[in-house]
Design a binder for this molecule. Structure first.
Ligand code: ATP
Ligand code: MG
Length: 353
């Protein structure tokens, strides 16, 4: 069986370091491993519209930004197909058929959707499209016959939902769809990177992000005002690591060579944490270290982004030709689906049969 990756992001803003550790970095590694036959990376504009119906302009503007972030991180258009979701209308048709295989109660149970409804204050006014986006995501994944989906932890319920649809479809209509596997980050700190405000998740919609395109002065400003342990007031006070975003970010980003370069007094994370917990290590020193680490990680990404920013026509062409490739693949799957459901009426006069 072909090894295929499908993953994507909503164009609701520029991508941030949460996306990077949660999914982007892994995609680039997988892309460069040479183990995959096909890799599809989707700018999920149709999904973004499910809770931004009144702001299509925002979604449109951010398509280019997300594409630039991909290229900046090392997604290589020669190896990966980058495309725009709504330019593949086959996905909408698949969604429509899959909707019949899922109950309202099942969608209501999805914990990520529940949390997002709360966060957006939708409660009594949930757009039907938003409510159904896990089903449309199943269409995205299966349209490309993806075997692996590298995403952050918040996407686990979506992959579960997708697998259920695959099983249901295959049992009702015969073996047609491919069962996908979720690929989570192997570093625990990267599963769900918290925001700079210490809130559960760094998210474009919460305004608690450090963006991949952030300039050095802003990175520093954001790091120096990050949430730490609110009870760690004086340097001598014992500090808490758990729930302390600065340490979570260090767990996600620091490498032994950064200690050698920026903080040679400490052998590594264990010693740094031990000192902080014991007391005598100030937040400012840890934040300065984190700032150095993030500056080192983000500088090459920012530089590559600036290079692509000067080539908007090339980025446009990458998205356009990627969308054509993606559409052809999705059309093949849709034909399989119609055949399995016996709704391919005009193929071989099937309507008569
Ligand atoms: P929005 O607020 O519009 O939903 P978002 O910041 O949650 O935006 P998405 O486009 O929904 O971003 O998510 C894209 C991918 O990045 C998903 O695979 C998701 O799991 C991952 N991701 C997003 N935020 C984080 C985070 N803070 N930590 C780890 N992974 C994340
Ligand atoms: Mg999200």
């Amino acid at each position: 069986m072909k090894q295929v990756i499908l993953t994507g992001d909503r164009p609701t803003g520029r991508l941030h370091v949460g996306h990077y550790v949660g999914s982007l970095k892994r995609r680039v590694d997988l892309q460069n491993s040479g183990k995959y036959d096909e890799i599809y990376i989707m700018v999920a504009d149709a999904q973004a519209l499910t809770d931004n119906a009144e702001h299509p302009e925002k979604v449109r503007q951010n398509i280019m930004q997300v594409a630039l972030d991909y290229l900046a991180c090392g997604i290589d258009p020669e190896k990966s197909t980058i495309f725009i979701q709504s330019m593949v209308p086959e996905l909408t048709e698949l969604t429509f058929y899959y909707m019949n295989l899922v109950t309202v109660a099942r969608v209501q149970r999805n914990p990520t959707v529940k949390a997002e409804i709360k966060m957006r204050n939708f409660e009594a006014s949930i757009p039907v499209g938003f409510f159904c986006y896990p089903i449309s995501q199943a269409a995205d994944i299966t349209a490309f016959k993806a075997t692996e989906v590298p995403v952050g932890e918040d996407q686990m319920p979506m992959i579960e939902q997708c697998k259920e649809i695959v099983h249901k479809f295959n049992s009702v209509y015969g073996e047609t769809l491919v069962d996908p596997k979720i690929v989570l980050p192997d570093n625990e700190a990267c599963l769900r990177l918290p925001g700079t405000d210490g809130k559960a998740k760094m998210s474009k919609s919460l305004g608690n992000c450090i963006y991949l395109s952030e300039d050095p002065a802003d990175i520093k400003k954001k790091v120096m005002s990050m949430y730490t342990d609110p009870n760690h007031i004086r340097v001598e006070d014992p500090g808490q690591i758990e729930g302390n975003s600065v340490f979570t970010y260090l767990d996600a980003f620091s490498k032994p060579e950064y200690f050698e370069e920026f903080l040679p007094d400490y052998s590594g994370m264990d010693e740094l944490k031990e000192h902080y917990t014991r007391g005598g290590l100030g937040d400012v020193k840890v934040k300065k270290f984190l700032n150095n680490v993030l500056q080192a990680e983000l500088a090459p990404i920012r530089e590559r982004r600036q290079m692509w920013e000067k080539r908007p026509q090339d980025v446009y062409d990458i998205l356009k030709s990627g969308s054509e490739v993606a559409r052809a693949k999705a059309a093949e799957t849709l034909a399989d689906v119609r055949r399995a459901m016996k709704i391919d009426y005009f193929e071989n006069d099937n309507l008569f049969k």
